[in-house]
Design a protein around this ligand. Structure first.
Ligand code: GAR
Length: 210
């Protein structure tokens, strides 16, 4: 059984799907710990309800990014994970941290990457007049939101939609695709080689540019 550590900063709805599928034996892995950089993150409560170990490491207690990431790495590694899952973890990670988990750290981002890297993705898609939007699961590399995409899901944007409507529509898809990708990893079907994602020994096509 693969060991998974999930990092969160907030609500933890993606974490919830992973906890549920882990408990149901459908993930091929076990969420062994949930770490938040925010003590008030609701995802911590979700983890406690599921009986999963939690930890809070506040970035405010560290003078700089390097020392926080070093402490975070130590905390994560104490749980001996096979996979680190970023699920709404709203921190930019240092290159050394990312390199340490190269090929075994996944993120979910609320846009059709490479479109809308960074924040406020739903609002930016609406303001651009996009009729299509979505979410992407990708391996984490040193380029922010730039690692190889494993799986995307698309949703429509309709006239009159606001940020909350679109966010809700995207999240339904996030909850479908993230556990699926985690399962592929846990089953040994998904790897990253030469900055490319591979599934069942086949390189996945790079996603097109906006
Ligand atoms: C998700 O929509 C995820 O895509 C986004 O944060 C949300 C967390 O929701 N992540 C990012 O924006 C990362 N840059 P959740 O806490 O309910 O899972």
């Amino acid at each position: 059984m693969k060991r998974i550590v999930v990092l969160i900063s907030g609500n933890g709805s993606n974490l919830q799907t992973l906890l549920d599928q882990s408990a149901a034996g459908q993930l091929g892995g076990e969420v062994v710990a949930v770490v938040s950089n925010k003590a008030e993150a609701y995802g911590l409560e979700r983890a406690r309800i599921a009986g999963t170990t939690t930890a809070v490491l506040s970035n405010k207690d560290y003078g700089d990014r390097d020392s926080f990431d070093a402490a975070l790495m130590q905390l994560i590694d104490s749980h001996e994970p096979d996979l680190v899952v970023l699920a709404g973890f709203m921190r930019i990670l240092t290159p050394g941290f990312v390199r340490h988990y190269q090929g075994r750290m996944l993120n979910i981002h609320p846009s059709l990457l490479p479109r809308y890297q960074g924040l406020h993705t739903h609002q930016r898609a609406i303001e651009a007049g996009d009729t299509e939007h979505g979410c992407s699961v990708h391996f984490v590399t040193e380029e922010l939101d730039g690692g190889p995409v494993v799986l995307q899901a698309r949703v429509p944007i309709f006239a009159g939609d606001d940020e909350a409507t679109v966010a809700g529509r995207v999240q339904v898809q996030e909850h479908a695709i993230y556990p699926l990708v985690v399962r592929w990893f846990c089953e040994g079907r998904l790897t990253m080689q030469q900055e490319q994602a591979w599934l069942d020994g086949v390189p996945l096509p790079a996603q097109g540019h906006a």
